[in-house]
Write a protein that binds this ligand. Structure first.
Ligand code: CP
Length: 327
C-alpha cells in the first residue's frame, strides 16, 4: 500500500474529505473508541514556528488515539540545519508512526513525505493550513447541516496560507468560495487554477475580488485571519491601513446571510481583522472551530494510518464504518 500524506487541502479527494469529516463527527461523539496508535506508538510533532492550538490539539489527539506525542520545538533537532530533511525522514520512519510538521517552505514537507513511509501531515506552512480547514469545515457543517452549495466569504490578507486553504478546501467541499483582499494581496494564479480545476469536479464556484461587499453578499460563512502573520511584525502599521476595509464587523455582517456563521483560526486581534462584537457575538462559531482542531486531526491521523495500511484490523473496521456513517 502507498503511504498517504496530507500536505495540502487537495490531498483529499472531495469524497475523501466528506469521509474524514464524517469520521471527525463520529470521533467527537466517541472520543476514545479508535486507537490506531495503541502501544503506545510515537508520533513526532515538529514546530519551526510557535503554536498553541496546533501543539495542544496534536498532543492531546495523539494521546487519545493511544499514542505518545513527541513534541520537538524550534531549535531542538538537527532537522533542516545540521541534517537534511531526507535523512531525517529516513530515520523517523523507522521509529515513529506519524510525522506532523509546522514549518515554512512547502517544499520541505514534500521532501519529508517523499522519503517517509510514515504519513506526513502539514501543521501549517507558508502556503497552506489544511488541518485548520478540516476543523473549520467540520464546525460550519455542524452549524449549517451541509457544505456543498453554501457560500463562504474570506476577507483580509488573501495572499496568505489561510486564504489559500479556504479557497482550496472550500471548493473541495463544493462551496461557493469568495476571496476578497486588496490588489496585490490575492491568491496566486497557481492557487486559483488549482481551485478552478477542483471546482469543475465538485460544482463549486470561485470568486476572487477586491470588493469586500461583493464577497459578503448573502454569504453563509464569513471567515478572516490576522492581518499580520508570523514574521510580518515589522509591516504591522502598513498592513493595518491596507486591510482596513476588509474588517469583519457588525456592518460587514449586515451584508452576509441572516444566520451566517463566523470563523477565525485564532489567535485573533479584536479591533483589527475582526471586531470584539462579532468575535464574541452570537454568529461566532470560533470556539467550536478551535475545539474541532482536536477531533478533525484525530480523524485525519486515524484515516491516514488506515489508508496507508498501517492500522490494525479493528481500527480499520471502525474507521470504515464511521466514515460511511454506519458505525
Ligand atoms: N490556528 C492555529 O494554528 O493556532 P496556533 O498557531 O496557536 O497553533
Amino acid at each position: 500500500m502507498t503511504t498517504r500524506h496530507f500536505l495540502t487541502d487537495l490531498d483529499l479527494s472531495p469524497e475523501e474529505l466528506t469521509r474524514v469529516l464524517n469520521l471527525a463527527d463520529w470521533m467527537k461523539a466517541n472520543p476514545y473508541a479508535i486507537k490506531p496508535l495503541a502501544g503506545p506508538q510515537t508520533a513526532a510533532v515538529f514546530f519551526d514556528k510557535t503554536s498553541t492550538r496546533t501543539r495542544i490539539s496534536f498532543g492531546s489527539g495523539i494521546a487519545a488515539l493511544g499514542g505518545s506525542p513527541l513534541i520537538i520545538n524550534p531549535g531542538e533537532s538537527q532537522l533542516g540545519h545540521k541534517e537534511s530533511i531526507a535523512d531525517t525522514a529516513r530515520v523517523l520512519e523507522r521509529q515513529v508512526s506519524l510525522i506532523v510538521w509546522r514549518t515554512y517552505a512547502q517544499t520541505g514537507l514534500e521532501e519529508m513525505a517523499e522519503h517517509s513511509r510514515a504519513p506526513v501531515i502539514n501543521a501549517l506552512s507558508d502556503d497552506y493550513h489544511p488541518c485548520q480547514l478540516l476543523a473549520d469545515l467540520q464546525a460550519a457543517r455542524e452549524k449549517l447541516g451541509s457544505l456543498a452549495g453554501r457560500s463562504l466569504a474570506y476577507l483580509g490578507d488573501a495572499a496568505n496560507n489561510m486564504a489559500n486553504s479556504y479557497l482550496l478546501a472550500g471548493v473541495n467541499a463544493g462551496m461557493d468560495v469568495r476571496i476578497a483582499g486588496p490588489g496585490g494581496y490575492l491568491p496566486s494564479q497557481d492557487i486559483i487554477l488549482a481551485a478552478e480545476e477542483r471546482a469543475a469536479q465538485t460544482g463549486a464556484k470561485v470568486t476572487i475580488t477586491t470588493d469586500p461587499g461583493a464577497a459578503l453578499q448573502g454569504a453563509e460563512v464569513v471567515a478572516t485571519d490576522t492581518w499580520v502573520s508570523m514574521g510580518q511584525e515589522e509591516e504591522k502599521e502598513q498592513r493595518m491601513r491596507l486591510f482596513g476595509d476588509y474588517q469583519v464587523s457588525a456592518e460587514a455582517m449586515g451584508k452576509a446571510a441572516e444566520g451566517a456563521v463566523v470563523l477565525h483560526c485564532l489567535p485573533a486581534y479584536r479591533g483589527a481583522e475582526i471586531t470584539a462584537e462579532v468575535l464574541d457575538g452570537e454568529q461566532s462559531i470560533i470556539w467550536d472551530e478551535a475545539e474541532n482542531r482536536l477531533h478533525a486531526q484525530k480523524a485525519l491521523m486515524a484515516w491516514l494510518l488506515v489508508e496507508s495500511g498501517l492500522a490494525d484490523g479493528e481500527t480499520a473496521r471502525l474507521v470504515r464504518e464511521a466514515e460511511a456513517g454506519t458505525a
